[in-house]
Design a protein around this ligand. Sequence first.
Ligand code: HPA
Length: 279
Amino acid sequence: MADASTFDQVEAAAAAVRSRCGALPQTAIVLGSGLGDFADTLTDAVSIPYEDLPHWPASKVVGHAGRLVVGTVAGGVAGKRVAALAGRAHVYEGHGLERVVFATRVMGRLGVRQIILTNAAGGINTGFAQGALMIIDDHINLMGTNPLVGPNDDRLGPRFPDMTEVYSTRLRALAEAAAKARGVAVTHGVYAALQGPSYETPAEIRYLRTSGADAVGMSTVPEAIAARHMGVEVLGISCITNMAAGILPQPLQHDEVLETARRVRGAFVSLLEGIIERL
Ligand code: HPA
């Protein structure tokens, strides 16, 4: 399969998932750094390690488990099958953008109607508190590249897809309603994506703030673009795990990112359940 096209590789992986996952999921959820535990809350679940799936890129970052779990959401959400992706491929690991969006495309070909992209992010908006959950209203792609660069495969989507509403107005309103009903505080904002892996400098954070960004991270945007290319509806949620560089008088540490994500795990899982309940 070394020379198989992206489309064939995506189809092969989708077929492998289909043959093992039981009832097909309607929603995919990509779990960000330290947020992978949500996958353990699913019932009637089939857990597939990424290495068992053909062509699937491995993620080796600490805090990313590397498995696909298809199951039913706990908390009385009858019959709602979801695919939880614990671990994602990042640009900073050296993956080409095509590899970074591979899982998203497999989900699209499996037939999911919506994808929920979650991440850990640094807070740029000084009104945010560490541990806040931010519904992504829009993004700024500062990765210097785009997952759709290269020949377009019309079976996936159009050459020049519209990005006027990457993050679905319908799903954002639904997330807001779920947050209210569950008593989970949420905020809204614009997510800027950089390649990483070095964190930003204080000057870069001031630049991003002036540019209209409220949070910064190293993921999500490629997947959101690939999902919209395929016509899949997107919801994005950032966990503000730390204030961005230069805001507080202390250096940034990945351990702090994971610790904050763990701290808000309960609220995050409750919010996700509330959202899926309403889909
Ligand atoms: N910057 C970039 N990515 C991040 C951050 C940050 O401050 N926190 C979590 N992911």
